[in-house]
Design a binder for this molecule. Sequence first.
Ligand SMILES: Cc1ncc(COP(=O)(O)O)c(C=O)c1O
Length: 473
Amino acid sequence: MKRERPVVSALQKFAKDKPLSWHVPGHKNGLLSNLPKTIKEALTYDLTELTGLDDYHHPEESIAQAEKLLAEAYHSSKSFFLVNGSTVGNLAMIYATCKRNDKIIVQRNAHKSIFHGLELVGAKAVFVAPIWDEGTNTAGAVSAATLQEALQLHPDAKAVVLTYPTYYGVAGKELELQIKMCHELGIPVLVDEAHGAHFIASRLFPPSAIQLGADVVVQSAHKTLPAMTMASFLHVNSELINVEKVNHYLRMLQSSSPSYLLLASLDDARDYIDGYLESDAAYLKDKRNQWIEALRSIQPLQVVEVDDPLKLLLRFPGFSGFQLKEVLEQRGVYVELADPYQVLFILPLLKHGQTYPFAEARIRIKEAILSLRKKEGHTIQTVSPINEYTTVSTPEYSYDELEQIEKEWVPYMRAIGRISANMLIPYPPGIPLFLPGEKITVAKLSQLEELLAVGAAFQGQHRLNEKLIYVIK
Ligand SMILES: Cc1ncc(COP(=O)(O)O)c(C=O)c1O
C-alpha cells in the first residue's frame, strides 16, 4: 500500500528548492541560528504558513489531507492535529461542551489540565471517585456503579470526563458500559486518552475509547507514538458534539504560529500507527515477554504488568521508587516516573524487525539492583492510599465563589478540616492531591507528608518548604 504523509511531503517539496526567507521565523531557515548542528539542521523545516504549506487554523491543502487520513485511521468523524499537547485538547473539549455554572461529572484522578479546564470555564464539578488499583498501588478507573450514582444524582450534567487509561496503564473494563449509560441520557463522554494513542494499533492493546463509542477523545501522540513532544490528536465521533465549537476553541487556545515540525511529526506518527500490523504486535509481544523474563531473573526485582503492555512497573522491595530511579539514572537508564513504590517504564511501540537496547538496559538495571542490594539499613516509607473519597462529591465552593473569598497560608496542622484554596499536585503523575474548594482531611495531609518524606516533587502554587498550605480564610 502506498503510504502518504501530506504535511511531510509538502515540507520536503518546499525546502527542496532552497527558498530565500524574508519571513518569520527569525532564524531564517536556520541560517542565523547558533544551535548545535544537529538541531540547526531541523530548522530547515521549521517553516510557517507559506504558499504551499496550508493554514493550520483553516486547513484546505496538506494539513486538511493529513487530518482526513488521521480521522480515517481512528474511525472518527473529525480529527485534529494539536500543537499544544493533550492539555489544549482537554481544555477545548470542556469549553465545547460546558458553559459557566454548568455541571460536569469528572473522574477525581484526572490530569491537572482537566481541572484547569473546569476552572477556566467556571463549570460546577461533580467528582466521581476511582477504584484503588491494588496491582499498581494507584488510583485506577471509575466503576460503572459510581458513574451510575453520579448520573442519577446529576442527570442535568452537560458532560462526563473520564481518563482512560491512567498514567500507569490501568484501563478498566467498564468504559463501553459507561458510555452507553451516558448516551441513554444524551450526555457526551469526553475521554482523556493521553496515554492510549497506540491502542488502535492492535488487539494486543485495550480497545481505544474511540472504538468504544466515546464522543471526544484526546491523545498525546508524543507519549507512545513516534511523535515530537507536544504533538497530540483530538478526535470527535458524535452527534452530541458541535465540531465547529471544538474547532473554534482550538483556534482560540492554540498559537497562530503552529510549529510545522510538530505538524510533520503528527503526520508521520499517524502514518506509523496506520501501517502497524498484527505481525508487528506479535514481534513486540515477543520482545517484551523475553525482556520481562530476563528482568524477573534479577533478584529481588519485581516486575508488574498492567492493562497496557507498553507500561511496566519495576519494584525493589524495601526501597522506594525514587531510590530505584536514582540508581538507574546513575547508570543512564531514564524512566518515565518514580513513586513511593516503583518506577514506571514506557516501552517502545516496535514494528517487526526494529531493534531496541533491551539487553543493554537489562545489564544496567542489574548493576543498579546490585548496588542497591549493598545498601544497608533501608526502610521503605509507605504512603497510605486515600480511600476516603465518597463515590460522588462536589467541592464546597464553586470556582466563582473561590475567586471572591479571602485566603490565607496556614501551617499544616491548622489546615485540617479547612478548605483548600489551590491545587497541589504530586508530579508526576500530575493528579492533584488537593483541589480548590475541597476539604483538607487528615488522610490527605498524611499523604502529603508521606510523599514529601519519600522525595516526591509537587507542582501548583505552594510553600511546602515553609510547611504552609493555602486555605480559605
Ligand atoms: C492523563 C493525562 N492527561 C493529559 C496530559 C497532558 O498531556 P500533554 O503533555 O500532551 O499536554 C497528561 C500528561 O502527562 C496526562 O498524563
